[in-house]
Design a protein around this ligand. Structure first.
Ligand SMILES: CC(=O)NCCCCNc1ncnc2c1ncn2[C@@H]1O[C@H](CN(CCCNC(=O)Nc2ccc(C(C)(C)C)cc2)C(C)C)[C@@H](O)[C@H]1O
Length: 322
């Protein structure tokens, strides 16, 4: 079913991706020959490739036993295949990219070339487990959410988007993504893209129960960042926040004056800016991984009960105070 693009290039890209995952098909002489002659501008060459592909598949289905045959096709999409699926879905969900905020970091229409790779890097650095609940605060058209749902085993993926236009496109992206994943027979985790304001009170509990939070807060004002810190104060031990701007100083040290700052329960590290594939503006983006860790606060209070440590603490506070 191909209702996008003026020539057969999307269909040919699709076949190339599938064949890259199925050597038993790609190595068949007829398929390999047809692939070499395939020309997206000449329908008959694509038809020949599909015929060779289908012939080979039928032959395999009749020679291999069902269990072996089913093992042929991986249940999860490979990274390049997922990138292709996200762009297939996006191209059909967003009929007019111009109405989206074009110059925002990770603006949706350049998502494929830039943020997909970066998020993929992120997924290697920030390990996701089946116990995690993932949320993208301000999820736009929802590409990050569907990418995480297809690339990890998280229990649940949530995106919250406030603006009407990206939220409407996100609803369509969700439909297209599910359609293409079904078409390719690929699995993904449960996900939901909501049209709402993540600062609305009814999201306090939802955010507090998330364990991996992505927030591209680079352009957020102090008010939104402040309101987010209030939500993050309810997070559980071990919860992780990955953001494009820090929520507390990298060298934060607890003193009796900054006890209530969010930094007292977070350890923060800057992720290697060189990792970011999005250097299209030639300025390496930095990302920050914050982990919720109540032990620092517990240690601080324990030290107040111990006169020796208390003296050290006072000295540290004094130094910090200078
Ligand atoms: C005036 C004012 O600020 N009013 C109140 C503020 C409202 C705050 N509440 C919001 N609620 C819901 N959505 C809101 C609200 N604020 C704004 N957005 C939306 O965020 C979208 C933009 N999104 C990006 C959308 C695509 N998703 C991503 O790029 N995700 C992502 C996340 C993390 C990363 C890393 C890990 C690298 C840090 C990379 C990418 C970011 C920049 C915030 C826009 O569509 C906004 O409409």
């Amino acid at each position: 079913p191909d209702d996008g693009g003026e020539d057969g290039s999307e269909a040919l890209d699709t076949l190339r991706l599938i064949l890259s995952e199925l050597p038993l098909l790609a190595e068949d002489t007829d398929v390999a020959a047809a692939l070499r002659q395939a020309d997206p501008r000449r329908f008959v060459t694509l038809q020949r490739l599909c015929d060779a592909y289908n012939r080979r598949l039928r032959a395999l289905r009749s020679t291999l036993d069902p269990e072996e045959f089913n093992k042929l096709v991986p249940r999860r999409a490979s990274v390049p295949h997922l990138k292709h699926i996200v762009s297939l879905a996006y191209n059909r969900a967003v009929e007019d990219p111009d109405v989206l905020n074009r110059y925002e970091a990770f603006s949706p229409e350049v998502y494929g070339e830039t943020s997909f790779e970066l998020i993929n890097h992120m997924l290697e650095h920030v390990k996701f487990s089946p116990d995690d609940t993932f949320i993208d605060l301000g999820s736009g058209v929802g590409q990050v959410v569907v990418q995480v749902a297809a690339a990890t085993q998280v229990k649940r993926c949530i995106g919250i988007e406030k603006a009407d236009i990206p939220a409407r496109y996100a609803a369509e992206l969700s439909v297209q993504f599910k359609r293409w994943m079904a078409f390719f027979g690929k699995e993904y985790q449960p996900f939901e893209l909501r049209h709402d304001d993540f600062l609305a009170d009814n999201y306090r509990e939802l955010i507090a129960n998330c364990t991996v939070i992505f927030v591209n807060n680079f352009a957020f004002g102090p008010r939104v960042d402040h309101d987010l810190k209030e939500r993050f104060a309810q997070l559980k031990e071990g919860a992780r926040i990955v953001s494009s701007k820090v929520f507390c100083p990298l060298n934060f040290r607890i003193t009796d004056r900054n006890l209530s700052d969010i930094g007292s329960i977070l350890t923060v590290e800057e992720l290697d800016p060189l990792e970011s594939a999005v250097s299209w503006t030639n300025t390496p983006f930095s990302y920050y991984l914050h982990v919720v860790d109540y032990k620092q606060l517990e240690h601080y209070f324990a030290s107040l009960k111990n006169p020796e440590l208390k003296k050290q603490q006072a000295a540290a506070t004094g130094a910090a105070g200078l």
